[in-house]
Design a protein around this ligand. Structure first.
Ligand code: SF4
Length: 384
């Protein structure tokens, strides 16, 4: 019966769109998120190491010190901290996670989190041997525990463009071979995958080439802007990579406008619309939600805690104090409120989270207005 109803709704395209839009509205937040609520985090962003063998133009992590990172035994203690008891999703990033030789042992500790539902890993994909060795083991453990495992691989251009962005001459050949292997043997490595492209001055003029390439290979590719990010010190490299503060911004605006029209998924459409309108506005406002406003926590390889990676300084260390004391500390909560008040509208990182209902409405209204304008245009062409 349920299936028949779904089929019936799908046949009626307009009705299907309305249902999708209503469901999308339903997931939004009715109240403004100001960071004052003391809720246990649901998501951890987890840079498992600062070690990296890439030399990306938009990231300084490869020049940063990666000594003193937690052993598996110490990391196991971090994971047992009560602050993580309601965490449902963990995203492992770095540095380059596959450079941690016993990454799967760290993952095993993450998989002990009592409320965990999904694990995500981001890799540059050009060290395939260690990556596949680790993700095969991690995926096997995830399957045993019924936890969803997702792999994200970074690809910023075709051929030399990707090599230039990553600062490594062989990056494209290796990364594209890694992506092809994941697609070919996905059941060995993960439940799902996607490809992420970071837009910087070095690839902005070549995005259509990448998009066409990705379509020809059937890649699930997503685009984000390269932005200032304190954790990876990209704020110090702005002049070297940033499109946002350069005349090239117009190309990014046009590219995201194109992506809005190409994307079928309503969530991605909203994301691209939010980036487009942010870039296009004299007074940028963040329409996208962000879990790190009040549902996320960042834990780094040395036990330092942050609210978000983009704007937050360290708020304390699990090596010295327990997580609840740090995360719910009144002074720190005031600091989180100040991040939301002063930084979020200026941040267009593509993090997801509950968007505010009025922001979702702005987006839906724009889609409806555009559709109506197209209909009027079609009528004019037919009758005038
Ligand atoms: S600054 Fe960006 S990443 Fe940080 S909480 Fe705000 S929107 Fe999220």
């Amino acid at each position: 019966m349920k299936q028949q109803i779904i089929q019936l709704i799908k046949k009626n395209k307009k009705f299907f769109l309305i249902v999708k839009a209503l469901r999308f509205l339903q997931t939004s937040s009715l109240t403004k998120i100001d960071g004052s609520k003391k809720k246990y985090p649901k998501v951890i962003q987890l840079p498992i190491t600062y070690n990296c063998n890439s030399k990306c133009v938009m990231c300084n992590i490869w020049q940063m010190d990666h000594s003193g990172e937690a052993t598996v035994e110490e990391f196991a203690k971090f994971m047992q901290d009560d602050i993580f008891k309601e965490v449902e999703a963990v995203g492992i990033n770095g540095g380059e996670p596959s450079l941690v030789p016993n990454l799967y042992e760290y993952a095993d500790e993450i998989l002990k989190l009592p409320s965990l539902k999904s694990l995500n890993i981001i890799s540059h994909g050009f060290s395939p041997k260690p990556l596949f060795k680790q993700v095969e083991k991690i995926y096997a453990s995830c399957k045993e525990k019924g936890i969803n495992f997702h792999i994200a691989i970074s690809l910023d251009g075709v051929g030399e463009i990707h090599n230039t962005v990553r600062g490594i001459g062989y990056a494209f050949d290796k990364t594209s071979a890694t992506i092809d292997e994941i697609i070919k043997n996905q059941d060995k490595y993960c439940d799902s995958y996607d490809i992420g492209c970071t837009i910087v001055t070095q690839n902005i003029d070549y995005l259509m080439e990448l998009d066409t390439y990705a379509k020809s290979k059937n890649y699930n590719i997503k685009y984000r802007m390269g932005i200032d990010n304190k954790r990876i010190e990209s704020d110090k490299l702005r002049d070297q990579y940033s499109v946002i503060y350069s005349p090239l911004k117009q190309s990014a605006i046009e590219f995201f406008h194109y992506q809005i029209s190409q994307t079928k998924d309503l969530g991605n459409k909203f994301k691209y619309y939010s980036i487009f309108s942010w870039l296009n506005s004299g007074k940028p406002k963040r329409l996208l939600g962000c879990a790190w406003k009040d549902e996320g926590i960042t834990l780094d390889a040395r036990g330092e805690l942050y609210y978000c990676a983009v704007a937050s300084e360290s708020i304390g260390s699990l090596r010295k104090t327990d997580g609840e004391k740090i995360f719910f500390d009144d002074k720190n909560i005031e600091y989180r409120k100040s991040i939301i008040k002063n930084s979020c509208d200026g941040c267009i990182h593509d993090y997801n989270g509950q968007a505010e209902v009025n922001n979702v409405w702005v987006f839906l209204k724009s889609i409806l207005t555009n559709r109506l304008a197209m209909k009027i245009y079609e009528l004019k062409v037919r009758f005038l």
